[in-house]
Design a protein. Sequence first.
Length: 244
Amino acid sequence: MMRQCDNQWPSRRYEILKQVAMTKILLVEDEQELANVVVDCLKAQNYLVDHVPNGSEALDRLKFFEYDLIVLDWQLPGMSGIDVCSNFRSRGGTTPILMLTGKRTVDDKEAGLDAGADDYLTKPFQPRELTARLRALLRRPSAAPTKVFKARDLELDPTTHKVIKGGQEVSLLPKEFALLEFLMRHPSQVFSAEALIDRVWSTDSDATPTAVRINVNRLRKKIDTDGQESFICTIHGIGYRFDP
C-alpha cells in the first residue's frame, strides 16, 4: 500500500505548485483505498484530479474531456489497463500515460510500454516517486515548443507561471491563472461557464457559473486597463470570450 502523501519538502513545493497549477489528471484505479491516497496526494500538489474505477468509464471520460496526463492501473475489472491504453492510442490519443501495476517482470513492462504507456511504476510505491515521474512526463517536449501568449500589453508564460501587464508582473491566484491561460490559448472563442468549469476545474468539483463569474471579475480588475475594452468579453446568455 502506498503511504500517505509526504509533504516534508516545503522548500521546493512552491516551485512545483507553479508548474502544475492547471494540470488535469485522470486516475484509473479500482482499489478505492489506494485511489483515495493518490487523489489526496495529487490534490495536495495542486493537480486537478478525476478518478474512475474501471476502463470503460475511463474511455468515456477521454471521449469528452481533455487531460494532461493519465495514471492507469493495469489490473482493472472488465477491461484491463493494457486494453484501455491500446484503445486510446488507436483512436489517436496522445496524452502521456503512466501505468501502475504489481507486475514486475521485464516481459510485463515491455507489454505495457508496447501498448502505448509512456512510463511504468510498480506497486507499492512512494508518493514522491509518483509525483516525480508525473513531473518528468509533463516536462517532455511536445511537438511544438511552449508558447508565451501575448495580447496587447499582456503576456502569460506557462513555463515560468508569470503574467506580465505593461512590464509589471501581475499576481494571480492559481485558479485565476488557469482560467486566463485557458482563455488565452483559445482566443476569440466563446466558452460557456459550464465549458470553463469542465476544463479549468476538476470534473467532480462543485464549482458553479457563479464561481466562473467571480474569477472573471477578479481577472478583469487585475489585467484590464481603465478606459480600454476588457480582455475578457461577456457574451450575454452564452459565455465568455478572450479578445486579444
